[in-house]
Design a protein around this ligand. Sequence first.
Ligand code: SF4
Length: 379
Amino acid sequence: MELPRNPTRAVKVGNVTIGDHRPIVVQSMCATRTRDIDATVCQSNDLHQAGAGIVRIAVDNRKDAAALEVIRDRTEANISIDLQENYRMAGLVAPLVQKIRYNPGHLYHHERKRSWQDKVRYLVDIVEKNDCAIRIGVNAGSVDPRIKDLFPADDSISPMLASAEEHSELLDNIGFTRYVVSLKDSDPDKVVEVNRRFAEMRPDIPLHLGVTEAGLPPDGVTKTRIAFEQLISQGIGDTIRVSLTLPNARKAEEISAGNEILSDIASGRVRGVVAFDRTHLNIISCPSCSRVENEAFVDLAEDVKKMTDYAHDYPFTIAVMGCRVNGPGETDDADLGLWCGPRAVTLKKGPETLGRYSYDEILGQLRAQLDKLIALHSG
Ligand code: SF4
């Protein structure tokens, strides 16, 4: 069965093209430390061989950029660079890669007196000189605070849309159209809504779909499937990433999971799950990346899932994040959240920080807080 597709424009990224009715590109991201050149080359090549059309690598500083020069020579993958706060790294890495992803919510951190428009113009100038594409990557947990403040606190969709829209308009006005947009949330229902609304406004812009922090398989795959089945069967989505919490040796499972979902949708074998089940415990966890602060993170996510099994029938959300860059923001909406530092894990209840605990202590502390929530809920 041929999948229906929105009439998006073509965005060339190295030797693949996103949009314009081309096959949906499955992509992934390295979870190795970028400075660990051998590990990053190995993982890039694993993902490339598994069928990743694009492999994303985080570059946060000059050491990462220097490592990328060597990595570039040892992989044939189309590389997308993930920029966070230090957007000026684009100047160092654009000659080496095919695409730059920036997050509008992270542009304000550095050089606060420089306008976001100027920063985007700087990025566009660099990518144009280096034959690269751009992804405007909006994440629910890190929306630009200037925009977030314009909307009621219980509306997380409108700020994401407004942010993606204003950045798209700026790129269009500059005359740069070689870009895609992503609007990610850890809640598959919100991913469906925000992408549907964006596709209605801008059916010409290719969309990169993903449920961020979907967590461990198989639940993480199910959450992603819920969103992708609904969007892709309506023609929305030109490239996808399945974000799973996996050990580095199994990262290529993100590609096989993406391919399986696409093939099921194409052949009509959809599971038909149209809404996320909120009556059970929901563990969200990030897929990890170069920024993960302690390699114990993936084991911790698995241990949290096992330890909390007794609470399966309660409608709480527990978030487990790998670093201080996105961890503090991305745990705010969870009932209980953990974000990992090098030696300690911060435990949160909603936006409130409860304390920092060693990797040995954290499960006990989490259990105590979960028991309190259950007692309140049952009482
Ligand atoms: S939370 Fe941190 S470690 Fe996890 S994927 Fe996001 S940036 Fe990477």
